[in-house]
Ligand binder design. Structure first.
Ligand code: DGJ
Length: 579
């Protein structure tokens, strides 16, 4: 790292999440609920400057290395946005973007009148220079909606969107900003409510390729709670909820923090920092601290691991492992668990998930079989085959048995369910955990969430075709491949095990499904359209032992649907594709 500016004698060279963080003059940094921009080789950190609970305005600090911050001062004075009646205002969660058309820097702030949180408005302020001063432009409710925790996101096409917790924090409203970014567009087509009913706060948005990711908190005042995440290809469309992005011990409180921003680090293709606040409600301005941690998108889900202390070195290998476009005979791959961003690993006895570690992460050479969807995984050093024996994973000499045959069932995001052909069980992370050293084992498909794995290669050593995993085309191609796989397996008479509770959906078409059950039972069947989240159909179905055909009330149109079958003892979810 080259230091372009002046640094104090005791310059910091690492992040210590949650510990007291002083500026270069030795004073506690007072920039909460903030955001960081990179402009002209300098980072600018904007945040709430508070005295206890009282808002002084929005502060700004600058840095060249992200560790050492010099205070510029208050760049937007609270006095500019005082409520006429109360003579006060509360300013929270400032976010700044640049408008290419007007040449102005535009700041959106959650605005209250200083007496509680009942106004639920935004304050917009603008400046000709990134470092201010900013002057008030307007105070309003975006398209008339109550708006509390908020952020703004500038898209790659120059359009910008406001995200605000609305309907008393029940839903998240996404609204397109006007071309000058000074207001929302007063047009219902350009806004949407997402993640409805989930009561998310603290939104922060990032885009990679065509894919948007959002991270959020729950809604518990100043007290921390578990993190949440979601993804979409259509910013004003359906957002698919993912899991808690915090994956290590402490994740039930997001490491005692609440999200505020995702910072893309300059100089790397894929380095991101989670910015969170560790609030202290006894003195919001003076005692609240900052939790900054590396955020990874590599697995297709945002993940944030805990570090007591870390520096930019964690990003050095951020592009070393690349998802392979498709399994290829002879390719050497590592297996990445989607929700922990950790690798299938071994110390010679049993398998577990682990951080990036060349000593433990296992490399497998792929060997094709006569079935294009069934592969052998040969451990690259020993030449031994991965085998599933009564639910345990071992390495053994090649023996031609189905215990060493692995069906790769492609999923829309390019991950696989890795299924042993012998017993149909799938590779799973024990207890649905994400911690390093959690064992891997084989259980029924659908019985846990952590059954999604990506195949990656070491780009320092190999030159296979990469998956363009954040592109819209990648997902469309995967859907096409999933249909082909389903067709192939249906024509080969292979039944897919779904849920594994004695009920199987064995074929799909737009008119209905055939359910294969070992017993007579009654279940509630729901069909949900994935793109809209809309429940198309929900009814009780009587299932008799053997095969039962259940007709949908109308033909399903082309698309992807979730079929769920529930009764007191079973909950089975499956995806069907109509094409
Ligand atoms: C949670 C929000 O995320 C914070 O910004 C702040 O508004 C507190 N609530 C107030 O209780």
């Amino acid at each position: 790292m080259i230091f372009a500016g002046w640094l104090p004698a005791e310059a910091k060279d690492c992040f210590n999440p949650g510990e007291r963080w002083n500026d270069t003059s030795g004073k506690h940094i007072n920039a909460h609920g903030g955001c960081v921009l990179f402009e002209g080789g300098t980072y600018y950190w904007f945040g709430e400057d508070r005295n206890g609970f009282v808002s002084n305005g929005i502060s700004c600090y600058s840095s060249v290395d992200l560790y050492n911050w010099t205070r510029i001062g208050i760049v937007f004075e609270a006095s500019q946005a005082k409520d006429a009646t109360t003579g006060k205002c509360t300013l929270e969660r400032p976010k700044v973007i640049y408008n290419d058309m007007t040449g102005k820097w535009v700041m959106y702030i959650h605005w209250e009148n200083g007496d509680g949180y009942g106004e639920a408005k935004v304050c917009v302020a603008i400046s000709d220079k990134v470092e201010g001063p900013y002057v008030v432009s307007d105070v309003f409710r975006p398209n008339g909606h109550d708006s509390r925790d908020q952020t703004i996101f500038k898209d790659t096409d120059g359009k910008a969107y406001h995200f605000g917790s609305t309907d008393m924090n029940t839903n998240m409203n996404v609204a397109l900003l006007s071309d000058d970014y000074l207001t929302t567009e007063n047009n219902p087509v350009t806004e949407t409510k997402i993640l409805n009913g989930l009561k998310y706060e603290a939104p922060a948005i990032v885009k990679r390729g065509d894919t948007y990711f959002g991270i959020f908190s729950g809604c518990t005042g100043w007290a921390p709670n578990p993190g949440h995440s979601a993804t979409t290809l259509d910013i004003l469309g359906y957002w698919e909820p993912l899991r808690n992005f915090a994956i290590d011990n402490g994740n039930m409180t997001t490491y005692r923090s609440q999200s505020t921003y995702i910072l893309k680090v300059a100089g790397y293709d894929n380095a991101y920092i989670y910015m969170g606040d560790r609030w202290d409600s006894s003195d919001v301005g003076g005692k609240s601290e900052y939790v900054w941690l590396p955020l990874s998108l590599r697995s297709g889900a945002p993940t944030v691991k805990w570090y007591d202390s870390w520096n930019m070195d964690v990003f050095v290998n951020s592009d070393r492992f690349v998802r392979i476009a498709a399994p290829v005979d002879g390719a050497v791959v590592r297996i990445l668990d989607k929700y922990s961003d950790r690798w299938m690993s071994s110390k010679g006895n049993g398998f577990f998930i682990d951080d990036d570690n060349d000593d433990t992460n296992v490399e497998f050479r792929l060997e094709s079989t006569s079935n294009p969807y069934v592969w052998h995984f040969i451990e690259n050093k020993s030449g031994k085959y991965l085998e599933s024996m009564f639910g345990a994973l071992i390495l053994s000499e090649g023996n031609g048995k189905p215990t060493q045959d692995w069906r790769l069932e492609l999923e829309e995001d390019g991950c696989y369910a890795i299924q042993c052909v012998n017993d149909n069980k799938v590779l799973s992370v024990s207890g649905d955990l994400q911690l390093a050293s959690t064992p891997l084992f084989m259980i029924k498909k659908g019985a846990a969430e952590s059954q999604h794995f990506g195949l990656y290669f070491d780009a320092d050593k190999y030159d296979y075709e990469c998956a363009d995993m954040f592109s819209a085309g990648y997902r469309a191609d995967n859907l096409d491949k999933m249909r082909k796989q389903a067709d192939f397996e249906a024509s080969a008479g292979i039944e897919e095990t779904l849920g594994g509770y004695g009920v199987k959906i064995v074929c799909t078409n737009p008119e209905g499904i055939t359910i294969n059950s070992e017993t007579d039972t009654q279940m509630t069947m729901s069909v949900i359209e994935v793109s809209s989240g809309r429940r198309i159909f929900s009814d009780n179905v009587v299932i008799v032992s053997g095969k039962t055909s259940v007709a949908f009330p109308g033909m399903l149109t082309v698309g992807v649907y979730i079929v769920s079958l529930d009764n007191d003892t079973s909950h089975i979810i499956s995806k069907i594709i109509i094409y």
